[in-house]
Design a protein around this ligand. Structure first.
Ligand SMILES: Cc1cc2nc3c(=O)[nH]c(=O)nc-3n(C[C@H](O)[C@H](O)[C@H](O)COP(=O)(O)OP(=O)(O)OC[C@H]3O[C@@H](n4cnc5c(N)ncnc54)[C@H](O)[C@@H]3O)c2cc1C
Length: 536
């Protein structure tokens, strides 16, 4: 069963190994676990619903608690403390577009807010009900989880918007196809959520971001349905799909999603190499992507991430041997940077891609270690979110943030984000900060930073320190010309920084678009652009 106050299925765990515990104790001090609230105590805080009964909604307190928060660290702390503060008044689980339509009409009659809910994996406060006079209906797409149509000739598939990653790939795999969109949240996030928050999967270098995969679909707006037709390309004015992608539930409810699919690949392998130091490693991956080496994923970990990943994964022996080898070659082992890359496709194409990748890595003084560590990465790729539990039970909190900048800014931006987090760890505490580049483009790269810190003795201080670190890092991101999000979206948490990126005219245009579809600010207000109505 899905956890109510953490990540994923309660049957799965990822405890911290002894080496990982030692590693964090050395850097941050012994962990300081905070007490977890029980489900019963959290349920006791759910107030009576302000909505009347309706055949398509549930006012059950446990459903309401389970849909009250997403997966940001702020959400995690609120749930672990048993104090999510605001709860939806009801949760709807429609089974088709017609029922979504009925619910939107009913919401208008009730003057309630509507929060479209996919997998609830938002890490930016997208689905948190706002406090206010108007009741809140969370509209979950969980029951709309099926393949509705497969057009093999055009390589298009239509899915119910609530289809999560594993169900989507299973249904396509039965016909010999794959979408290839693998965000780390793949186990729980949904195709509608990917579109609504402009998500990016780990193999975006082969399959593209959701922008390239989303071909069209159906949006139920407060005003009526909007069908986005599937044309391969068009010069007929602005593309309306662009309006829907990243709309974060504010224009309507996406009920059907048409996606571009590919044949299942014959071969897929993941390899790991090590570059001697960060500047050489950044130059290497930039060359690989600018010279279009056809890898399906490419991820470069900085030295801090390299040592952290290898230690937490328990690769101590292999790392010892690697360090001795690097030292023999005149490299400093503590400066090594791990490069994980994938090749996907026909056997011959993979051989060719691998040969080109190897040539680049060797020319940059890198060391190739083959597929062993790559296989381990593949096995753990969707398991790593469970490590949050291992860390939490030892008394450490973990959060991530991300951006994307041009190559000329990558190194300075990484340094500024990491410094901002360290400087704002607060309470005389340290933050252990590390970064990787993934989702690489010829123009620039995404930057993904993780920070681990020891909990304070109480929830309120832990939360305040988290927000101080996150805000300082977000300021650093926009000061360096980065986007406030490359893949996690804006939600409520990143909304204060959106204006720095879009500018006043851009924000006004965005506001006008939202007002056009949703003049009563009924759909997820406060998300993307701060709320201006429901304050009475
Ligand atoms: C451990 C972890 C790892 C992650 N890794 C990645 C990653 O690798 N790449 C990445 O891109 N993201 C990642 N994320 C962030 C998150 O998974 C993505 O933003 C994802 O796209 C959200 O999908 P969801 O179905 O869970 O949407 P939700 O969280 O339910 O909703 C997100 C937003 O979309 C809206 N929405 C959802 N469904 C619909 C719909 N049908 N119609 C209209 N609006 C809708 C909601 O109102 C909300 O504003 C990660 C999150 C976690 C917790």
């Amino acid at each position: 069963m899905r956890r109510w106050n953490g990540w994923g299925d309660s049957a799965n765990d990822y405890p911290l190994k002894a080496a990982g515990r030692r590693f964090l104790t050395q850097r941050l001090g012994p962990g300081r676990p905070l007490p977890d609230a029980t489900l019963e105590s959290a349920l006791a805080r759910v107030p009576p619903s302000r909505l009347p009964e309706h055949a398509l909604i549930s006012r059950d307190p446990e459903q309401r608690l389970r849909h009250a928060r997403g997966q940001s660290l702020g959400d995690w702390l609120a749930l672990r403390a048993g104090e999510p503060e605001v709860f939806p008044d009801a949760v709807a689980l429609p089974e088709n577009s017609e029922q979504v339509r009925q619910l939107l009409d009913w919401a208008r009659q009730q003057n309630c807010l509507v929060i479209p809910y996919g997998g609830g994996t938002s890490v930016a406060g997208h689905i948190n009900p706002p406090a206010g006079e108007r009741p809140v209906l969370t509209l979950s797409l969980a029951r709309m989880d099926r393949l509705l149509n497969l057009n093999q000739e055009s390589q298009l598939a239509t899915f119910g918007a609530g289809t999560p990653g594993p169900a989507l790939e299973r249904q396509l795999g039965e016909h010999g196809y794959r979408l290839g969109h693998y965000p780390q949240s793949w186990e729980l996030s949904t195709v509608g959520g990917w579109v609504a928050s402009r998500s990016s999967g780990q193999q975006s270098m082969r399959y593209g971001r959701i922008e390239q995969l989303f071909a069209g679909g159906l949006l139920e707006t407060p005003d009526g349905p909007l069908r986005l037709p599937t044309v391969p390309a068009s010069s007929a004015g602005p593309d309306l799909r662009e309006m829907v992608m990243g709309s974060e539930g504010r224009l309507g409810v996406i009920t059907e999603v048409d996606v571009r699919i590919s044949r299942l690949p014959a071969v897929e392998q993941f390899h790991v190499a090590f570059a001697p130091h960060w500047p050489a490693a950044v130059a290497l991956v930039r060359r690989m992507v600018q010279e279009r080496v056809p890898v399906s994923m490419l991820r470069l970990s900085n030295p801090q991430e390299t040592v952290t990943q290898l230690t937490l994964a328990g690769h101590g022996l292999a790392v010892g041997a690697l360090n001795r080898y690097l030292a023999l070659r005149g490299n400093r082992p503590d400066e090594k940077c791990m490069i994980t890359f994938g090749v996907t496709g026909e056997a011959q194409d993979c051989r060719h891609a691998l040969a080109r990748a190897r040539r680049h890595i060797r020319a940059a003084g890198g060391v190739l270690t083959g597929q062993t560590l790559g296989r381990k990465w593949e096995q753990a790729r969707f398991r790593s979110p469970y490590l949050r539990h291992g860390l939490w039970s030892e008394g450490y909190a973990v959060d991530t943030l991300e951006t994307c900048v041009d190559w000329s800014r990558v190194e300075d931006t990484v340094a500024a984000i990491e410094a901002a987090i360290r400087e704002h760890a607060g309470d005389g505490e340290q933050a252990h900060v590390f970064t990787h580049l993934s989702h690489l483009y010829a123009q620039g790269s995404s930057i993904y930073t993780t920070y681990v810190f020891r909990c304070s003795p109480d929830y309120a201080t832990t939360r305040a320190r988290w927000w101080a670190m996150k805000s300082a890092a977000s300021d650093a991101i926009v000061a360096h010309g980065g986007t406030i999000s490359h893949q996690h979206g804006v939600g409520r948490d990143h909304a204060p920084w959106l204006g720095a990126e879009k500018g006043p005219r851009g924000m006004a245009a965005l506001g006008a678009l939202l007002a056009h579809f949703d003049p009563e600010q009924r759909l997820n207000p406060g998300c993307l652009i701060a709320d201006t109505t429901d304050k009475e």
